[in-house]
Write a protein that binds this ligand. Structure first.
Ligand code: NCD
Ligand code: ZN
Ligand code: ZN
Ligand code: ZN
Length: 450
């Protein structure tokens, strides 16, 4: 019996090294990785022309929007952008309209997503107030919970440490992680008010209200609760080396903590923020070149566990405005992450092995996404084919995302994804979406329900 598909004439990144050969796919799974002569016959043969097959990227921080925010992005455009960028699985954030914060809103979101996604999607939920509801949300298959410390989102009072401790303890029993946006609301509001009353409306004023101390204060607070609850905490978009130092220290003391870095915090500095203007405004904001270099050090030392896009699309109107205080923070990132970092691989700034670890292996380990994140026999055939030698230029006007702008617009890149397979189905070919929604799955968390 022939298998469904064989990808041949490839270089395959598996077991930490690259070997020539191909991949046989059957029932959406990797059936065999082998030298060409050892591959089975197939109905469908795809010549990869010497390109490199890596595990499909897993982006743990994406805002797909939809529902009342579909004017910013929807499930179809967001997941199209993902697969165009070589991302086969993503985790969707809960700050939606309505907020994903209980079993009802989570189920509704899953229902809306079902027939509209091209990449696999797992869902976060904001924290509901009651422990019972936390339990039900986990039962419905949330991959993790999300806690925003910079604004009140969800049912739990974010200023109440005792309540948070209680919730963290419950979630620790369920065995799923809590992702945290660590910026202290009170500190931001205090400085913002002063800056506004003085009439400051520029990016500098925004940076003064969102300092690295705003981040470390929130991180310190959560680490205390993490130690006491033993819950697994994942810090989103870390922007400073001080934060990373605190996380490392907590780790050494036995806390279950992880963190992610974003392309913008690693590749843009506050010096260029002033030139790029409002479209590159994001929370937390990008930092000085000096801090940026320290983040790179942390990335190479595996102190940053994951690279995630924090794809946060807004309408172009929402990104404009005379006063920085009226601009929506957030930038689209699904279509630029991989080309930007493949360029860094070509420049020798990061090894391909580390990039795969940061964008596929570790995300799956940390969020318990089984059978994904590596090219291995028996694993789901989520495969991204990259041409490491192809030179290109980022063109935001051609994004699949509804947010057709980027601080990386016009950047030259070397190394791009040329094909994306989701569960064994070719969904992107040479930049084009070639499949209707249907192959992708909704991923459910493996909560240990009692
Ligand atoms: C995100 C958004 O727009 O939803 N914005 C951002 O600046 N990163 C929210 C968030 O991730 O904090
Ligand atoms: Zn329980
Ligand atoms: Zn955030
Ligand atoms: Zn975000």
């Amino acid at each position: 019996m022939p298998v469904e598909t064989v990808l041949y004439n490839a270089r395959v990144f598996a077991n930490g090294r690259i070997t020539r050969g191909g991949i046989a796919i059957e029932d959406g799974k990797i059936f065999r990785i082998a030298k060409e002569i050892n591959l089975p016959i197939a109905v469908n043969k795809v010549d990869l022309k010497g390109c490199l097959a890596i595990p499909g990227l897993v982006d743990v921080h994406v805002h797909l929007r939809g529902q009342m925010q579909a004017y910013k992005e929807d499930f179809f455009t967001g997941t199209s952008a993902a697969v165009a960028g070589g991302i086969t699985t993503l985790l969707d954030m809960p700050n939606n309209e309505p907020v994903t914060m209980d079993s009802g809103s989570l189920k509704e979101r899953m229902r809306d997503a079902r027939s509209n996604i091209l990449a696999n999607v797992g869902f976060y939920s904001a924290l509901p107030e009651s422990l019972d509801e936390i339990h039900r949300v986990a039962q419905c298959g949330a991959i993790g919970f999300k806690l925003y410390l910079n604004s009140q989102i969800g049912g739990i009072g974010i200023d109440d440490d005792d309540k948070l401790l209680e919730a963290f303890k419950e979630i620790r029993e369920l065995g799923i992680p809590i992702a945290v946006h660590a910026e202290d609301k009170e500190m931001i509001e205090k400085v913002s008010k002063i800056q506004q009353s003085l009439g400051f409306v520029d990016i500098n004023a925004y940076l003064k209200a969102h300092t690295t101390n705003v981040e470390t204060k929130a991180v310190r607070r959560i680490l205390k609760i993490a130690h006491r609850s033993k819950a697994h905490i994942h810090f989103c978009h870390v922007s400073s080396d001080k934060t990373i130092f605190l996380i490392q220290k907590a780790r050494k003391e036995g806390a279950a903590v992880s963190c992610e870095g974003t392309p913008h915090h690693l590749l843009l500095s506050s010096e260029c923020l002033k030139n790029l203007g409002h479209i590159s405004l994001t929370d937390p904001p990008v930092r000085t070149g000096k801090v940026m270099r320290k983040l790179w050090e942390a990335l190479r030392n595996a102190q940053i566990d994951i690279i995630a896009s924090d794809h946060a699309p807004h309408s172009i109107g929402e990104k404009k405005g005379d006063a920085v205080w009226n601009v929506k923070p957030g930038i689209p990132g699904l279509e630029t992450l991989l080309p930007l970092f493949l360029t860094k691989v070509n420049e020798g700034q990061i090894t391909l092995e580390n990039l795969v670890r940061l964008t596929a292996q570790k995300p799956c380990e940390i969020f318990s996404l089984q059978g994904r994140g590596s090219l291995k026999e028996g694993y789901n055939a989520d495969i991204t084919i990259i041409d490491l030698h192809r030179q290109s230029r980022i063109d935001a006007s051609r994004f699949y995302s509804k947010a057709k702008y980027s601080p990386f617009d016009k950047w030259s890149v070397k190394g791009i994804p040329v094909k994306t397979f989701v569960n064994g189905v070719l969904v992107m070919d040479e930049g084009k979406i070639v499949e209707n929604a249907g192959a992708a799955r909704i991923l459910r968390g493996k909560a240990l329900l009692m």
